[in-house]
Design a binder for this molecule. Structure first.
Ligand code: NAP
Ligand code: MG
Length: 405
């Protein structure tokens, strides 16, 4: 069989722990036998980020801007515990996803992969809820400090033209902790545009929620920019398609989402999106079935799984155990990247290959062969058995071979 041809390379960002193990298995079993794979490879594994002083992350993001399509493995974001686990770390490196998102200034759209034999925990949900997470700024680009004596903190903005704006944050009587966050109008506007555009592409309603009753200026700015974009650019198209743009407070949105039927896009600020996407993924089935794509205003796309590096499974793997870690969201990251690359380069076979990877994965699951995380979720009466990751990938590979023959 001739291998499927690629012209432009994908940006490949390797990662950490169990997902790094799965990454290699997916390439070996599902990709390399079928595709003449072309990638620009960046090793975002924690130790290599440390060796390069995190330059590799910046290089990978810039390569993504240049080439237009990337696929990323989950990576460790170091915290205090990781600093003890990896004593060679010279710094508590920032979240790679945060760095990449800041450079691409895109929006992350996360959607669950639904299966007919797994019903969401929330009984009313009939269709996927896609979460659009703003990918720049707020807590992820904040500066923090602690102070240990009484005093006053001020926020000072020095304009390039010489003007200055000062605000007293608080006067404290003792030790305190501080944080300053920001966002840019340009990024919020790009976020709004990607959301409205994506809603139109998917023909789904768009919900947006913030806490503008408390955060009147900061969140108020998000609300204002969304409204402005809607009124000036998207309203006509929304009305033509019968779509709704719906703004409400985040607390109200949470209650309404739980009572909804699903099938809409829920736009959220960076932190809200981080938290809510895990909640929605878990309620739909498994974190391991949640896909994610970061979309820039210029159409650049970075595909990944929503879950992390699955540390607990990795430690069992290191002890020689064969784990039953679910590779589906990581497979869908690769398939999404192939489909997008194929569309951009006019390579129909590559698009078909991406689709075949997804179909083969879903077929394997429908045949009742799955990883351990899904087994407790299937409907009573549905015959299923749990296999380890390697066996699961072999089953997918069999079906993929048949599809491509
Ligand atoms: P996690 O890796 O998503 O795993 C949390 C738990 O969810 C796992 O212990 C496992 O539960 C279950 N799970 C997640 N993905 C699974 C899969 N594919 N198959 C089967 N079960 C799965 O989150 P975490 O433990 O909070 O974070 C671990 C590391 O990942 C951290 O260092 C964090 O910084 C990083 N992280 C990276 C990204 C990213 O790169 N996009 C995102 C989030 C977290 P059981 O153990 O009960 O089986
Ligand atoms: Mg999260």
């Amino acid at each position: 069989m001739d291998k499927i041809r690629m012209t432009t390379p994908l940006v490949e960002m390797d990662g950490d722990e169990m997902t790094r193990v799965l990454w290699a298995m997916i390439k070996e079993k599902l990709i390399l036998p079928f595709v003449d794979l072309k990638t620009e490879y960046y090793d975002l594994g924690l130790l290599h980020r440390n060796e390069t002083k995190d330059q590799v992350t910046i290089d990978a993001a810039n390569a993504t801007r240049r080439l237009g399509v990337a696929v990323k493995c989950a990576t460790i974001t170091p915290n205090k515990q990781r600093m003890e686990e990896y004593p060679q770390l010279t710094e508590m490196w920032k979240s790679p996803n945060g760095t990449i998102r800041a450079i691409l200034d895109g929006t992350a759209f996360r959607a669950p992969i639904l299966l007919p034999f797994i019903h969401p925990v929330v009984k009313t949900w009939e269709a996927p809820i896609t979460i659009a997470r703003h990918a720049y700024g707020d807590m992820y680009k904040a500066v923090d400090m602690t102070t240990d004596e009484p005093g006053t903190a001020k926020l000072v903005f020095q304009g390039a033209s010489g003007g200055e704006k000062t605000l007293t944050v608080q006067t404290v009587e003792g030790p305190a902790v501080w944080q300053a966050q920001h966002n840019t109008e340009k990024s919020i506007r790009a976020f709004a545009r990607s959301c409205f555009q994506y809603a139109i592409n998917r023909k789904q309603d768009l919900w947006f929620s913030t806490k503008d009753t408390i955060s009147k200026v900061y969140d108020g700015e998000f609300k204002r920019i969304f409204e402005e974009e809607y009124e000036t650019t998207y309203k006509a198209e929304f009305e033509k398609l019968g779509l709704t743009y719906f703004y409400t407070l985040i607390d109200d949105a949470v209650a309404r989402v739980i009572r909804s039927k699903g099938g809409f896009i829920w736009a959220l600020k960076n932190y809200d999106g981080d938290v809510m996407s895990d909640m929605v993924a878990t309620a739909f089935g498994s974190l391991a079935m949640m896909t994610s794509v970061l979309v820039s205003p210029d159409g650049t796309m970075e595909f990944e799984a929503s879950h992390g590096t699955v540390t607990r499974h990795y430690y069992r793997y290191l002890k020689g155990e064969k784990t039953s870690t679910n590779p589906v969201a990581t497979i869908f990251a690769w398939s999404g990247a192939f489909k997008r690359r194929g569309e951009l380069d006019g390579l129909g076979d590559l698009v078909k290959f991406g689709q075949a990877m997804e179909d083969a994965s879903l077929e394997t699951l429908s045949d009742g062969i799955m990883t351990g995380d899904l087994l407790p979720l299937v409907e009573p009466g549905f015959q299923a058995r749990s296999v380890n990751s390697e066996e699961f990938l072999d089953e997918i590979a069999k079906r993929l071979t048949n599809k491509l023959a």
